[in-house]
Ligand binder design. Sequence first.
Ligand code: MTE
Length: 320
Amino acid sequence: MVIKKPNAPKASEITPEETFLNRRNFIRAGVLAGTTLATAGVYRFINAPAPPEVETAQIPNIENKNVFTVDEQMTSFRDITNYNNFYEFSTGKTSVAAKARDFNVRPWTIEVGGLVQKPKTFDIEEILKFPQEERIYRFRCVEAWSMVIPWVGFPLKTLLDKVEPTGAAKYVAFETVYDAKQMQSSFSAGIDFPYVEGLRLDEAMHPLTILATGLYGKLMPNQNGAPIRLVVPWKYGFKSIKSIVKITLTDRVPTTTWNIANGREYGFYSNVNPNVRHPRWSQATENRIGELSRRETLMFNGYADQVASLYEGMDLKKNF
Ligand code: MTE
């Protein structure tokens, strides 16, 4: 899967790590090495002017603050909103914020249907009135970088219960909006649009699985998947599909974007697993954005106590 030619920064542009440690004004440049979602951990810290902060409104109705949290430092708002994967806008992580700045996410609806008793198209304003909670989760990309993100959102189950899945529903399929005009994708991203993802119904109903409407207490910035995205903290980040417009309950394993692009490398489950290598790199460790030394990657991204039972008896190497 050829995405982009390597565009490594010139040696003169690369800031030594010691200098990086002392600097606050930096961004991180992703270096795509040519053939994949990206290359594991291959990026450099380069010195650059601070990117403009994105301004979104505060979310007023956040309840249950800090019920779900981790005892690790949160990644800065700046890093979370300037180091992104959102291929509809750009394959360059540090370019997404600027390219998505004018993305208009109002009006916005999500059509929820398929094998349900009460199909319904929800307006985003109605969804924002559901009780919202803060969930501070680890976020682990398949490329072996990670963050800790204070999401705002609500359990996906809350929405699915409203449409009453039938007994035949076994999976949930998700679809991102695709608006070629707004998304400026004249380049070849190397994947098909609209971006699609899927979960097993029990994964979708799990209390850790949320639809996120914001982060750091504010409405979701465009580059992070405004106005609403999925977050499944024990799976690699590409499962967390952004800017959702359609959710379909189905009895078939849903098609997923990265599986179509390269089925050998990106499976349907994509649970974080330090013991199962990506065909081209190890998943044993990760680069936590903002830290210099690598961390051990945790089984199910540290959520094994809550989710391991979903996969009891399954061969996780085969079902990767
Ligand atoms: N959703 C859509 N629609 N398009 C994408 O390119 N990238 C995925 C996921 N969801 C992607 C997407 C990948 S690879 C990752 S790692 C996360 O979004 C990145 O989320 P973030 O930019 O908020 O960190």
